[in-house]
Design a protein around this ligand. Sequence first.
Ligand SMILES: Nc1ncnc2c1ncn2[C@@H]1O[C@H](COP(=O)(O)OP(=O)(O)OP(=O)(O)O)[C@@H](O)[C@H]1O
Ligand SMILES: [Mg+2]
Length: 245
Amino acid sequence: MLLSFHSYKGGTGKTTFVGNLGVMLSQKGKKVCIIDTDVNGPGLHSLFDIRYEMTLIDFLQGVCAAEDIVYKYGDTDLYIVPSKACEEDISAMFNTPGEARDKLLNLMKKLQEKLGIDDFLFDCSPGINKSSLLTMNLVDKAIIVSTIDVQDIRGTYVLSSMSSKLGTHAALLFNRIPVEKRNDITSIVSDFSDKLGTELLGLISYDDFVGKTWSRKIAMQDDPECDYCVELKTISEKILEEKYT
Ligand SMILES: Nc1ncnc2c1ncn2[C@@H]1O[C@H](COP(=O)(O)OP(=O)(O)OP(=O)(O)O)[C@@H](O)[C@H]1O
Ligand SMILES: [Mg+2]
């Protein structure tokens, strides 16, 4: 399955969610690869503490092969493709958006052949930009991670409209929800997703443990029974229950 994670504003919790989801899926016996396509502000390598040499950028620029940019995470079946900070957009590295798309498809094909990957997860850059839309156009399902900040919510509306123009199934995930307001917020975001006609995956509360890790720890490894992980597991069942191929 191909899944991408988007948001309108930065810092909504995409990298944290995708990293923990990847660990959880690999714990369940899946072979998972997370690709950092947030080329302007990559962070996946920090979460997994990957000391990289070659990255997605080098592969896209034709400097190295697919197998040179994939890093196995410990003794798990989770593989990370990091990116290094780059001022350009992915599609700006190619003559046409079609070439960029083919290159990413080629990367997945190579990694699938070599490693037998079941699921590819894309950690995308925030905002409306060509890299993010390029990825959204490739996947089975685009997950839009939002907070309840009105800037995020309005942007979520825009991202959701973009996904329907591209013909990609979108689903909404609300993160960092204040626990004491959870019930009220649940009904507000349900109405919002009904009006948008976009699937609501669910809500994840603000979690003190995750908040205080500052991306230095992966909750699913250190404390898989914490509230954040329990909520993530419920949401992941919804994410994976249908195939959108
Ligand atoms: N449910 C949560 N409760 C508390 N803190 C959270 C939660 N989800 C994420 N965080 C924290 O929020 C911060 C931002 O998270 P993260 O880096 O995952 O966001 P992002 O959407 O990937 O950001 P960017 O758009 O800049 O790439 C991190 O310090 C992370 O630990
Ligand atoms: Mg991120």
